[in-house]
Ligand binder design. Structure first.
Ligand code: RTP
Ligand code: MG
Length: 139
């Protein structure tokens, strides 16, 4: 079954650069409904846990340091075909390879500091949403 939900974070680089409002606007304009929202900051421990799947990758430590370097906006988004459509909206991991008009192309600086996260599967979207939000925080 195609899930209609995905999970996103607006990452510390984009918040610091003042792109939070513009990115949220682009997301809503693209037809996504916000069903949970939290402005927070990850400790290195929590960032490490969130990205545990990448623990063995060479960029893991840098990623954890980056993701805990400042506040982030976490959200659960709803739309038909949410996971796939959101990955299309944000573009490739490396902003230089992301298509024109995508969020990463517009707002990201580098392959690491790439402005937004988007879940890569329905299952991970569910797990990641529940990492940040309790049941009563999901509308
Ligand atoms: P995300 O999970 O954040 O939505 O990004 P993604 O699927 O496009 O990329 P993924 O392979 O899951 O990598 C997670 C995040 O790690 C950082 N990264 N740095 N220095 C590097 O070569 C490198 N590669 C990945 C990025 O912040 C990437 O989004
Ligand atoms: Mg990923």
């Amino acid at each position: 079954m195609i899930s209609n939900k995905t999970f996103t974070m607006i990452k510390p680089d984009a918040v610091k650069a003042g792109h939070l409002g513009a990115i949220l606007h682009d997301i809503i304009q693209a037809g996504f409904k916000v069903t949970a929202l939290k402005f927070t900051r990850l400790s290195p421990e929590l960032a490490g846990k969130f990205y545990d799947i990448h623990r063995e990758r060479p960029f893991y430590q840098d990623l954890v340091t980056f993701m805990s370097s400042g506040p982030i906006l976490a959200a659960i988004l709803e739309k038909d075909n949410a996971v796939e459509d959101f990955r299309k909206l944000i573009g490739a991991t490396d902003p230089q390879k992301a298509e024109e008009g995508t969020i990463r192309r517009k707002y990201a600086a580098s392959i690491q500091e790439n402005a937004v996260h988007g879940s890569d599967s329905n299952e991970n979207g569910q797990i990641e949403g529940s990492f940040f939000f309790s049941e009563f925080e999901k509308v």
